[in-house]
Design a protein around this ligand. Structure first.
Ligand code: PMT
Length: 396
């Protein structure tokens, strides 16, 4: 895709470098339009090296090729990061006194802005009004985040993290094939308390589940994420409920599932929990050289959801297996989808270095007949999108 990144003049302009880098690494052709003020904060050579393209600033350069409109006409997406209070006001008013203003007006591509300014400026009625105007025109506003600002002060106004800006910007380009669908996703790993300080748990970080939730939001779905001990930050674009144990997860899923068109169980769930939880810390002075734990079986949440599924509801289970042989792995998946009664089963291999906590994943998706409907490998975000393709295909 041809993406124009507008950089305007705020101290956060240096972070635009990472936004540009993220878009380039995602395989896009990035063209930077920087205002004069932006170039007081970040150097043109840096922007050119990172974007791998010439940086445009001057309205009166490239006049013969009608550059003031050509850049905008060619764009598939415009991302403005940081967007200062001044540039937001100019965009809202439709001003075209610089190259960026001309580019935006000449373009029919979606526009994403990431505001950055001091809290007072962000909360000023003029900025609030300008943001409302831009939103009403379909502009996507990412952030700002709440946190440390340039001086000693902190509050809303900090530029959203570059990774988040990249993700939100690329989400705008996603097909909106889940509009009107409600998707419930579980993520993370349940923990079963032994005493007030210890638990039995697993190494799930919540990355795969969060990637699914993000991908569903990007495709227009209304998403509820039930997170068990997540190690990842969740965005404001989804409803998030936090749980700890399997019984808490089971209750939360049972409550939320009737409202969902699709339920995806990506959480790693403890099959057993201690029969009793010690009121005080278990002391080795009392337990001696051996400690025997009595465990009782947890409910199978996924199987329960399958039994009580609503009409037309699609249930997606996961299977985490350590089996190395592909045929044996598939056989485990085929047996599991029958046992769990889900419509699709995402089979992934896990181990010391695979699946849990990693950035990437490799999955095979099976249907109820045990047929392979899709295979994917790549980042957990890429895999999430492919899994949703399989879900969308079932709606069709
Ligand atoms: O979170 P990450 O670090 O990104 O790691 C991702 C992941 C490896 C955890 C994820 O991709 C994954 O495989 N999740 C499922 C883990 C799991 O519990 O697999 P399982 O084969 O033990 O369970 C099969 C299915 O039954 C799962 O959908 C599970 O959510 C569900 N289950 C299991 C036990 C139980 N008592 N109730 C359940 O609902």
């Amino acid at each position: 895709m041809n993406i124009v990144v507008g950089v305007t003049g705020g101290i956060a302009a240096y972070k635009a470098v990472n936004v540009i880098r993220g878009l380039v690494l995602a395989g896009h052709d990035v063209h930077v339009v920087a205002t004069d003020a932006a170039l007081r904060f970040v150097g043109k050579p840096t922007l050119e090296a990172i974007s791998r393209n010439i940086v445009h600033t001057d309205l009166y350069e490239g006049v013969a090729e009608v550059r003031h409109v050509a850049i905008g006409q060619a764009a598939d997406l415009i991302v403005i990061a940081p967007a200062t209070a001044n540039s937001i006001a100019k965009l809202a008013a439709g001003l075209a006194d610089d190259l960026l203003g001309n580019t935006v007006l000449a373009s029919r591509a979606p526009v994403v802005i990431a505001p950055a300014m001091h809290t007072e400026m962000w909360q000023h009625p003029a900025t609030v009004h300008n943001i409302d105007v831009l939103r009403s025109r379909g502009v996507t506003v990412v952030g700002p985040a709440v946190g440390q600002l340039t001086g000693a002060d902190s509050g809303p106004g900090r530029l959203e993290e570059p990774d988040e800006i990249v993700r939100a910007a690329l989400a705008v380009l996603e097909p909106k094939d889940l509009v009107g669908r409600r998707i419930l996703v579980s993520a993370g790993g349940t923990r079963e308390a032994l005493d007030p300080v210890r638990y039995l748990g697993n190494r799930s970080s919540g990355k795969q589940g969060l990637a699914l939730a993000r991908a569903a939001v990007a495709r227009g779905a209304e998403v509820t994420l039930i997170g068990a001990n997540l190690e990842v930050q969740t965005p404001a674009s989804m409803r998030v409920l936090h749980v700890g144990s399997t019984l808490e997860l089971a209750a939360a899923m049972r409550d939320a599932a009737p409202e969902a068109d699709v339920v995806i169980m990506a959480a790693a769930v403890a099959d057993y929990r201690p029969e009793s939880v010690a009121e005080a810390k278990i002391k080795k002075e009392t337990t001696g050289d051996r400690l025997t734990l009595e465990l009782v079986k947890n409910p199978d949440i996924l199987a329960g959801l399958g039994e009580s599924r609503g009409p037309g509801q699609i249930i997606v289970g996961f299977a985490a297996e350590t089996e190395q042989d592909r045929d044996a792995l598939l056989a485990l998946g085929r047996a599991k989808i029958v046992r769990k009664g889900s419509d699709l089963l995402v089979l992934n291999r896990v181990g010391w270095t695979e699946g849990f906590g990693t950035e990437g994943n490799t999955v095979v998706v099976l249907d109820r007949l045990g047929d392979i409907v899709m295979e994917a490998s790549g980042s957990k975000q890429t895999v999430a999108d492919r899994i949703l393709d399989a879900v969308v295909a079932r709606f069709a």
